[in-house]
Design a protein around this ligand. Structure first.
Ligand code: AHM
Ligand code: MG
Length: 332
């Protein structure tokens, strides 16, 4: 019989003997936020019946947008625990400081509270992405410098996928592990231990509607992925949901490449370095894959701005390195 591990037990067992527990507890806090967001997103289809987002409900309260709800939930769970010195969210312009009345800790949490939230209206999977850094100077209250660290400095990263079931997938630098939420128990149970990217890969994922806006090198790469350009092309099928966590999760399980390149009018693509590309780059590295901006590892890019975007290629190493090859050839 297989052993049953709750996420709490698993995180605790992974913790080194010397740990103080702050980091472990921070991961528990994120798992708690995940359950609350899952509860709320599962009821999203009921908003038409129970009251529209933005409208006033029968108690006279204004219904919140789900991405705002998710953002507030994470902040409210994490700001007073003494584990963080700062946070940064895709939803907020500035860093989130830990209020003076609370103890501060030595970690920094960056997150995209609900990515792909436009998909909620059409009942398509969405996700939360997070990364954890150490504060540069833990004597000080969090500063922007503590947040603007390259993804290689992450000590943990993960995502929560709100799909047919809710899953939390994370890594603390020793493999990628996935947990599925048992709704009746209210517990995340270990379902995918030590996830590795399969080879050969199965899929490539990109929004083909932008083909005409891509540089010729990216167009050539897309044709190569389709088997039209060169005799070393892989045999891939195409899948694109337009919800990054869902696209990433599928490719992690089946193998493949996701890319959101630079294009006319969007010189850095769309994906944000701090909240999306960085944490996923950390995970793919732990799963045996690679993430690049087309020229260099995402893990090595030092963010200069909280909301910086970056061209993004992520998945099986050989597929991502081929994108770098095409971009080099095309001088992009
Ligand atoms: P968001 O952060 O505003 O939700 O946008 C990010 C989403 C990703 O989930 C997805 O990969 C991408 O936008 C899809 O963009 P497009 O519709 O241009 O293909
Ligand atoms: Mg996003």
């Amino acid at each position: 019989m297989t052993a049953i591990h709750t996420i709490e037990r698993f995180i605790f067992d992974e913790q080194p003997d010397t740990a103080h527990g702050d980091f472990t507890n921070l991961l528990y806090d994120i798992a708690l936020a995940a359950k609350l967001i899952a509860y709320k997103t599962n009821r999203a289809g009921l908003v038409d019946i129970l009251g529209r987002v933005g409208a006033t409900n029968i108690q006279g309260e204004v219904q919140q947008k789900l991405d705002v709800f998710a953002d507030e939930m994470i902040v409210r769970i994490c700001d007073h625990t003494g584990r963080l010195c700062a946070m940064a969210s895709e939803e907020r312009e500035d860093i989130i400081r830990i209020p003076k009345e609370y103890k501060k800790g030595s970690y920094v949490l960056v997150f995209d509270p609900l990515d792909g939230s436009s998909n909620i209206d059409v009942n398509v999977s969405i996700g939360t992405i997070f990364g954890i850094y150490r504060c540069i100077d833990w004597h000080l209250r969090g500063r922007v410098e503590d947040v603007l660290q390259p993804p290689r400095k992450l000590v943990a990263a993960g995502y929560i996928l709100f799909g047919a079931s809710t899953m939390m997938v994370y890594s603390t630098g020793s493999g990628v592990h996935g947990f599925t939420l048992d709704l009746e128990l209210g517990e995340f149970l270990l379902s995918h231990q030590n996830m590795r990217l399969p080879d050969p890969p199965a899929y490539y994922s990109v929004n083909h509607a932008y083909f005409e806006n891509w540089p010729p090198a990216v167009q050539a790469y897309a044709r190569w992925l389709q088997g039209q350009n060169g005799d070393d092309a892989p045999t891939l099928s195409s899948r694109y949901i337009g919800s990054l966590v869902a696209d990433f999760h599928r490719n992690l399980l089946r193998g493949g490449v996701f890319f959101y390149p630079a294009e006319k009018g969007k010189p850095n693509g769309k994906i944000r370095l701090l909240y999306e590309a960085g944490p996923l780059a950390f995970l793919i590295d732990q799963a045996g894959g690679y993430a690049s901006d087309g020229h260099r590892p995402i893990l090595d890019i030092v963010p200069s701005d909280l909301h910086q975007r970056v061209p993004f290629y992520i998945g099986n190493r050989a597929l991502v390195e081929k994108a770098e090859y095409f971009l080099r050839q095309g001088n992009y």
